[in-house]
Design a protein around this ligand. Structure first.
Ligand code: FMN
Ligand SMILES: CCCCCCC(=O)C(=O)O
Length: 324
């Protein structure tokens, strides 16, 4: 995340004990750090999402399971029954399929729905996927689906893009959220919000959370960094609902800055895949361990014994120090 943002530390404030706990959607989490949804964890390790969920459970962190997971949602719940788990939703042209995914997630015990809105049936242009004719290898499966919806076209170009264009709902709009609310009681977290205007609409139509995300820069190129738009979105939301953030979170200090600027929970995606690839569940645990320890250390060294002590005034842009 941006090194141009700096932390203004406070001292002499009794930091020998730090409380990182908080309650979200009725569940107690031990840290304000969670795992963002990522498709196809088995590309990183054969245990896939089961390993990630167990690692999140061990750390009392949140895990968001992708619609496009390589272990089924039911298997993930069975593997980590005490983890705080939310289901990320991609909507399909086949509305019955979308509805059945939500019904299954609710029945399986997922406690929130994370609706990704920055991939509306249109994929970002990913030149490497195109060049490599990338598809999910045939020994793996999108395990929330029957075989025919898991298959990808291996002919020229990105198999992922073709999958998205053929099957995802390319008419996704705010009315779909109203439609989803007619048949689920799960709180709706809208992921992919990057403007104050859209954040206000999300509040108005009854979303539970605005999740600031630019999909890790994988959709439209040259959009701002999420930390840059966070303050204006927090201001637009006016404390009416919570704001979460992901994108480039790699250190505990990044988590600290996002919380100071108004995020209640902070998520990361790619590092968990690196951990999985290195050493399965243990690797994922290690990644979480590093991020949580660094965040705890940031709290101690900035004089914050609890999350509510992390204030906006504790983050400054570098340029502020050179006003003469
Ligand atoms: C390999 C990969 C797969 C992803 N799959 C999904 C997905 O299935 N659903 C989704 O909402 N976001 C997906 N994302 C986006 C992440 O949830 C996240 O928004 C983004 O990667 C930013 O976090 P990061 O900088 O920590 O990676 C994916 C990202 C990566 C790198
Ligand atoms: C099988 C289709 C993959 C869709 C994209 C998953 C995702 O969100 C990402 O790669 O980013």
């Amino acid at each position: 995340m941006k090194a141009s943002l700096q932390i203004i530390i406070r001292v002499l404030r009794k930091v020998q004990k730090r409380d990182l706990n908080l309650t979200v959607h009725g569940a107690q989490v031990k840290v304000p750090i969670g795992v963002s949804p990522c498709a196809m964890h088995k590309l990183a390790h054969e245990d896939g999402e089961l390993a990630t969920a167990r690692a999140a459970e061990k750390h009392g962190s949140v895990m968001i399971l992708s619609t496009l997971s390589t272990c089924s949602m039911e298997e993930v719940v069975e593997a980590a029954p005490n983890a705080v788990k939310w289901f990320q939703l991609y909507t399909y042209k086949d509305k019955n399929l979308t509805k059945s995914l939500i019904g299954r997630a609710e029945k399986a015990g997922f406690k929130a729905l994370v609706l990704t809105v920055d991939l509306p049936g249109v994929h970002g242009i990913r030149y490497k996927d195109i060049k490599n004719n990338f598809i999910l290898p045939s020994h793996l499966k999108l395990d929330n689906f029957a075989n025919e919806i898991s298959k990808m076209d291996p002919t020229e170009g990105s198999g992922l893009t073709k999958y998205v264009m053929n099957l995802f709902d390319d008419g996704l709009c705010w009315e779909d959220i109203e439609w989803i609310k007619t048949f689920t009681k799960l709180p709706i977290i809208v992921k992919g919000i990057m403007s104050p205007e859209d954040a206000k609409i999300a509040v108005k139509i009854g979303c539970s959370v605005v999740f600031v995300s630019n999909h890790g820069g994988r959709q439209l190129d040259t959009v701002p960094a999420t930390i840059e738009v966070l303050p204006s979105i927090v201001q637009a939301v006016e404390d009416r609902i919570d704001v979460y953030l992901d994108g480039g979170v790699r250190h505990g200090t990044d988590v600290f800055k996002a919380i100071a600027l108004g995020a209640k929970l902070v998520f990361f995606a790619r590092p968990i895949l690196y951990g999985l690839a290195a050493d399965g569940q243990k690797g994922a645990e290690k990644v979480l361990d590093i991020l949580i320890s660094e965040f705890d250390n940031s709290m101690a060294l900035s004089g914050c014994s609890s999350l509510d002590k992390i204030k906006k005034s504790m983050v400054a842009h570098k340029s502020e120090f050179f006003k003469l």
